[in-house]
Design a protein around this ligand. Structure first.
Ligand SMILES: [Ca+2]
Ligand SMILES: [Ca+2]
Length: 381
């Protein structure tokens, strides 16, 4: 069980690293049309196929702040929870690299950095630091799992079955499904895990969308224009809520008051909703727990139930404890496993977006910017 655990965890970390590598390759190859090593806004707009709209409404050749704000308001998406998740999940790697590059424009402008500044190196360092902390396994990670494991082990215990590999292990088959006080709590845990993983994914995505500048092609002169991030506009920011209904209660409960005790210190933090200024640490833990919960659910469901039931079915074993429950049990636990695998497949994107929302705009890590500058010899020190 332990080995499988680290295999699944390793695959998850590997997926993140692969994504990061892809992002930097794409920005170098696919987006730089004339190959001069720099991706201009026009090249970016061309490659990303951004929407063309009339920004310069009075046609004077200058994009005023009002014109930009009006244009932004008209591009607002009204996706619901599920639509937003599907849209983010089906986003191409090129679009994702494009997001890093438009964010780069903002960082460059804010700190007056040279054009040679490599945003890949900056995000790469941010990813690395966060990844190191996320894969750290502390004993406390296991706390939420203890009741579930105890519950399911009770099926084995009551039949003197030591483990799924014991000679009498089939005697428990069918009873995980047929024992209501084991089955219903399991459904509860599975639903909790799914909701949690989806919420983490959605929250990072929607905050990211607010922090990203919007790239459009102006319909009047055909040039690419970068509209400011949505959160900078009061009206849009005030209508935004990343803690809908019960999630606000949950966030406040688990953060000891959330925004009430740690109110947002700037417009960027207002986007974090009920969790307030504690977002960075709280959501790093939230992602970590949620991911380990998924990994544990996969490992536990497969080794304890799915593999055992399959073996019982395949061998036509005569020792199956509850033959009527065997097939439904196998089907239900395969669905549970599939659900957990799906949740785990969301984790790399959730993680990348977490890194993004905690390293742009008000959250730019200036020490890392300087580190990159030094390494690229863009500054004296
Ligand atoms: Ca170029
Ligand atoms: Ca104008």
């Amino acid at each position: 069980m332990g080995i499988l655990f680290f295999v699944v965890a390793g695959v998850c970390v590997g997926a993140v690293l692969e994504e990061v590598n892809k992002l930097s390759e794409i920005s170098e190859l696919a987006l730089d049309a004339d190959g001069d090593g720099e991706v201009t806004l026009d090249e970016l707009a061309e490659a990303l196929d951004v929407s063309c709209m009339i920004v310069d409404t009075d046609g004077d050749g200058i994009l005023s702040e009002e014109e930009k704000i009006d244009a932004l308001k008209s591009t607002a998406s009204n996706y619901n929870f599920i639509q937003a998740i599907i849209a983010e999940r089906s986003m191409s790697e090129v679009d994702r690299a494009g997001e890093c590059l438009v964010a780069r424009e903002r960082i460059l402008g804010k700190y007056s950095l040279p054009q040679e500044f490599e945003i890949d190196a900056y995000f790469g360092k941010i990813f690395g630091e966060n990844l190191e902390e996320s894969v750290e396994l502390s004993p406390i990670t296991w706390l939420p799992l203890i009741p579930l494991i105890a519950l399911e082990n009770s099926v084995d215990l009551s039949r003197d079955v030591v483990s799924a590999s014991s000679s009498n292990a089939f005697e428990s088959c069918g009873y995980f499904f047929a024992t209501p006080w084991v089955f219903y709590p399991t459904i509860f845990f599975q639903a909790l895990s799914l909701t949690w993983a989806l919420f983490n994914f959605w929250k990072m995505t929607s905050i990211k969308k607010m922090l990203l500048p919007t790239l459009v092609t102006d319909g009047v002169n055909g040039e690419a224009a970068l509209l400011p991030p949505r959160y900078t506009i009061d009206e849009i920011r005030n209508n935004f809520n990343s803690s809908p209904s019960i999630f606000a209660w949950g966030e406040q409960f688990f953060t000891g008051g959330g925004a009430k005790t740690s109110p947002p210190r700037n417009e960027h933090e207002e986007l974090f909703g009920a969790v307030g200024a504690k977002f960075e640490e709280v959501y790093r833990d939230s992602m970590r727990f949620s991911t380990w919960l998924c990994v544990a659910l996969i490992v536990y469901s497969t080794t304890q139930i799915v593999f055992r039931d399959m073996a019982a079915l395949y061998l036509h074993s005569a020792n199956v404890g509850n033959p009527e429950g065997l097939v439904p049990e196998l089907i239900v636990w395969i669905i549970f496993t599939a659900s957990a695998v799906f949740q785990l497949s969301l984790a790399p994107t959730t993680f990348l977006n977490y890194c993004f929302v905690t390293s742009v705009e008000e959250y730019v890590k200036y020490d890392i910017v300087q580190e990159v500058m030094r390494e690229e010899e863009l500054c004296e020190t």
